[in-house]
Design a protein around this ligand. Structure first.
Ligand code: GSH
Length: 201
């Protein structure tokens, strides 16, 4: 089996979906967590100048969602056919838009703009996106072909990060909250969640 080394900061952020994929598919990997103090010296030595990156037998992959898709394929969690893969991609893209808006608000926005951006997330983005995602889920247990996949894990990961921004989101979609809880209760995932380092984001 290939040697995998995932390098990110000590947080969930853009690496957590990949960690969940490794946990669910029981693929061993090295979970390297760089401290803020270590980063300035390491940054210029990295391929892209940002994290995460994944080393696969010494070769480097960058971009969090490309990494997640790759690990999902390695663990058979990326969809069973080309169409399912595309359905998963649709869901990932929808979730990535929400995630990036959250990052803009929490990390990059000027203090004066934060309240407006948060209001937009709570009043517009979350209600719209949750309604849209419910269309994919319908009455099923999981988003794509009723099988747990990268799409469900990324949903869990993004909405775990969304919770500190707006912990009322479950009221907007009890169905998607049930999916969130179902993912968290999946045996290998729940074991991982108990063991992982506790971090703010
Ligand atoms: N599009 C990239 C963005 C990566 C990114 O912005 N990483 C941040 C951490 S979440 C980073 O490395 N920041 C430190 C820096 O740019 O020096 C991805 O999804 O992997």
């Amino acid at each position: 089996m290939a040697g995998y080394k995932l390098v990110y900061f000590n947080g969930r952020g853009r690496a957590e979906t990949t960690r969940l994929l490794f946990a669910l598919s029981e693929i061993e990997y090295e979970d390297v967590r760089i401290s803020i103090e270590q980063w300035p010296a390491l940054k210029p030595k990295t391929f892209a100048g940002y994290l995460p990156f994944l080393e696969v037998d010494g070769q480097v992959l960058v971009e969090s969602m490309a990494i997640a898709r790759f690990v999902a394929r390695e663990g058979n969690l990326a969809g069973a056919c080309s169409f399912e893969q595309a359905q998963i991609d649709s869901i990932l893209d929808i979730l990535t838009n929400v995630f990036e808006k959250g990052v803009q608000m929490v990390i990059y926005a000027e203090p004066d703009d934060k309240a407006k951006l948060r209001r937009e997330l709570v009043e517009k983005t979350f209600p719209y996106v949750l309604k849209l995602l419910e269309k994919f889920l319908q009455e099923h247990q999981y988003f794509v072909n009723d099988k747990l996949s990268l799409a469900d894990l990324h949903f869990f990961s993004v909405f775990e990060s969304a919770t500190p921004v707006y912990d009322g989101w479950p009221d907007l979609s009890p169905k998607l909250k049930a999916l969130y809880d179902r993912v968290a209760a999946t045996p290998r995932i729940s074991e991982y969640l108990k063991k992982r380092p506790a971090t703010l984001f």
